[in-house]
Structures are given as C-alpha cells and as structure tokens.
Design a protein. Structure first.
Lengths: 113, 115
C-alpha cells in the first residue's frame, strides 16, 4: 500500500512564477492536509480538504495561495507569483474518513530564486 | 488559540542512554490528541507516538514512552536505549478532538546521539 505521494520533491522557481505541488493521498484516505515548514521552524497548518471541498483554510495566506482536491486526481497546492519568502518545505498528509492519525508524505521543497 | 512549546532547541545523548524531550502546550479543551513526530535528515515526518487526552495511561511504543501530565499540560518523550538512528529533529504536536489533521506543532528539538 503506497504511502502519501508528493511531487515534485524539489522545485525551483524564479520570483513571479507559479508553483504547483501535487499530493496523492494514501489509498482509502479521503482527507488531505497541507502544511508548510519554513527553515528552522515547525510545521504550520495551511488547509484541510476533502474531495471537491475545502473544509478549513484558516492557515492559508490570503493572497496567491490556493488549494484544490478534485473528484479525480491529486490534490494541488498552487502558489502564484512566488516570492523568496515562499521558499519552504510543503508537506501533505492524509487520513481516512474517521481517522485520528494523519500520515505525511515526504514533502516538496520549493526554492524561489 | 492552542500553542505548543518545546523549550529545548537541542539535546544530546550517549548511545544506549536515556533522554527526555520536553513539551508543554496550552489549550482550554478537554478532549484532544498529542503527538511526537520524528524528522530525520531525510526530512520525512514520521509519527513516533500518540496520546489521547482522555486516557490516563501513558502511551508507549517500544523504546519510546511519554509522560503525560494533563493538569500541568506537559507531554514529554522518553527515549530509552538510544540508538544512532534516533538522531533527528523531534516535534511535539497537538490536535483538537478527532481532527488530527489540523495540528499545532512546536518548533522542534534537535537530538544528537553520540557513539
């Protein structure tokens, strides 16, 4: 049973470009969460999604950031017009319908140059 | 808002010895979960141990155990018989009720294991 799959593992973008990070949850998991880890810090919650629904986006920056989890395909975290401060590790996690434990992917490292 | 504090940025332990990592949290809720995660140099987040707040018994997983003091809002992790592979960043995390997905993390403790 494959774990949470994230791609790309590493992404380099120039300032002003768009970054798209993908996350495929574990088989049977219908809940997806995105976290951001800035250098030397812990993870910070960004958004919680179920299929075709954003449940909680209280941790998402108000501008430039968006997330979706379509009926088919992976969840996508999209960052428009990236700035240097967006450089971070972005982790996706998933859980089953009634789960109280989440399982993390290996993270996607975004570097903005 | 919930907060999680790890007051030890760095800790070191001799191989085969025991080390305790500290964590305190602040919440007004009575039903919640606490977690310890390990982040090795590969940067993957690995769940080490989980504690339900309604359980008085401290959770254990092989060489890892916790000391959960609900009244004091303290949740320390004890690693016994430390191994070189235990070297990593350790994060304490809190989540309210059954939604473990929306967790609040501490800033981490870097554990070094000396041979």
């Amino acid at each position: 049973n494959a774990g949470v799959m994230q791609n790309p593992r590493h992404l380099v973008r120039r300032r002003g470009q768009e970054a798209r990070l993908r996350c495929s949850p574990m088989k049977g998991h219908s809940h997806v969460y995105w976290y951001r880890q800035l250098p030397e810090e812990g993870l910070k919650f960004m958004v919680y999604l179920q299929k075709e629904n954003i449940i909680d986006e209280s941790g998402m920056p108000k501008e430039r950031f968006s997330a979706e989890f379509p009926k088919e395909g992976p969840s996508i975290l999209r960052i428009q017009q990236v700035v240097r401060g967006d450089s971070a590790a972005y982790f996706c996690a998933s859980s089953p319908l009634s789960g109280n434990t989440i399982y993390f992917g290996e993270g996607s490292w975004l570097t903005v140059v | 808002a919930q907060t999680v504090t790890q007051s030890q940025p760095e800790m070191s332990v001799q191989e085969a010895e025991t080390v305790t990592l500290s964590c305190t949290y602040d919440t007004s809720e009575s039903d919640y979960y606490l977690f310890w995660y390990k982040q090795p140099p590969s940067r993957q987040m690995i769940l080490v141990i989980r504690q339900e707040a309604y359980k008085q018994q401290n959770a254990t997983e092989n060489r890892f155990s916790v000391n959960f003091q609900k009244a004091a809002k303290s949740f320390s992790l004890k690693i016994s018989d430390s191994q070189l592979g235990d070297a990593a960043m350790y994060f304490c995390a809190y989540s309210y009720n059954t939604n473990a997905g929306k967790s609040t993390f501490g800033d981490g403790t870097t554990l070094t294991v000396k041979p």
